[in-house]
Design a binder for this molecule. Sequence first.
Ligand code: ATP
Length: 242
Amino acid sequence: GAQRSGLRVRGLTAHYGPVTALDDVDLAAPAGRVTAVLGANGAGKTTLLRTVSGLLRPQAGRVELGEVDLTGASAEDVTRAGLAHVPEGRGVITELTVEENLRLGALLGAARSSVRTPPAIADVYSLFPSLRRREKQAAHSLSGGERQMLVIGRALLSAPEVLLLDEPSLGLAPRVVSRIFAVLRELVDTEGIAVLLVEQNARSALSIADTGVVLNLGRVVARSDAATLAEDDELRHAYLGF
Ligand code: ATP
């Protein structure tokens, strides 16, 4: 089998002008694991994903995918290397149909020489049957949950080694969140993808994560296996809001 590679971040530091959004952050998102990044508003979670995916340049530190150094690489090169970023706010192209959105993802998968065979669009429909029922509909007609399924499906079609998800549960009903998280968990277990899951909804995230990293004001304040974090009353009250 091909070598699966996870993500590693070392000493990552990012500023917006005078504001330090990330301060010397170390973390690993290994293949076949869900790693949750938790913390309140402004903790630096979105900045972490944007820096890893090449949208922001770090002032210091390194981003590595397996043996490949991606520090400072463009977003396009990062995607080609095998990292798929699903940003907050469900970036579907609303004028296109569900199927057309998915075809865009499939183009990326075909363009990239992957160690992984990209799934077919039909495989995405098997994961998320409600998308199949709406394949000819414009994406603007989808519910929030369906849009989230669509962007995740589109990301999977690029055959990523690492999937970065920014707040996939935001604004969704608990039942929909459970469904999406169950699919993610299955993909991680069967395909060995590395998932880095940014969530303010710490309770749900920890229920599917293997490990968690807690950020506060741009710094890592805790890291542990998910069960340990979920049972730590002090930490929960201070940083996780449940
Ligand atoms: P949220 O859940 O609200 O997105 P977060 O944990 O993702 O929070 P970030 O969005 O990464 O946090 O923000 C980290 C810090 O950087 C905050 O102090 C925020 O105000 C600041 N920040 C974020 N984006 C910008 C920007 N474009 N310009 C200036 N400061 C920014």
